[in-house]
Design a protein around this ligand. Sequence first.
Ligand code: IPE
Ligand code: IPE
Ligand code: MG
Length: 247
Amino acid sequence: MLEIGKLPTHVAVIMDGNGRWAKSKNRPRLFGHNAGMQAMKQIVITASNLGIKYLTVYAFSTENWKRSTEEVSGIFKLIIKYVDSELKELIKNNVRINILGDYNMLPGDSVRAIDELLDKTRDNDGLVFNIALNYGGRDEIVKAINEIIIDRKALADEGISVDVTEDEVSNHLYTGVLHKNIPDPDLIIRTSGEERLSNFLIWQAAYSEMMFTDTLWPDYSPEEFTAMIEKFSHRKRRFGGREKEDK
Ligand code: IPE
Ligand code: IPE
Ligand code: MG
């Protein structure tokens, strides 16, 4: 077991490579997404067993709507499948679910499945499992700005004028204290060999540690995840300052 003090509080994962995994097996892309969902289930349990407090996965971006309708609707159907097969297990493991992103844009049956998932796990106080769904970092920042504009209009009506602060922007993000109240990710993992954020948590990632692997997401195992958590525990983070032992 890893030392608690060295564990990342929040791990965020860009689950990439489902399509290439399926292609390598001459199967349709949705076969890859289905396998990816199995991999995700295992990582949720592993994160919970390791004692990680927050796990966030990138499941569908605001840009993923560019894909074929068949692929997009297939991904959304998988959400319903996930809820049907995992809800009991998530409740048993005391996992609490949050959605980051505007999931009301999804088809009605997926929205209902998600509402059930949120409702039934609301009171759990174990792992906080955030699913970024129809999530985009720029979209999130724009939404925050629009909320702040509304606040400023109300203040202006009272004759008050104040500058916007970093904390205020943070507070209005999906992860902010006015919404889901999730700390910035300590570690961001991306699979499949791509080394970019693809609009994931772009504000919150300012000081995140990054780890990349060539493993395609469906092949990403609890062992590889645990090895990355162990590797994280040896990283030195400075946040622009200097290490304590430096003179
Ligand atoms: C990640 O796998 C899952 C989603 C983006 C929904 P991809 O579907 O992006 O797989 P590749 O990158 O095409 O292999
Ligand atoms: C990022 O992967 C989105 C998710 C994993 C949900 P993409 O496959 O969409 O990213 P790009 O297009 O390679 O940057
Ligand atoms: Mg991809």
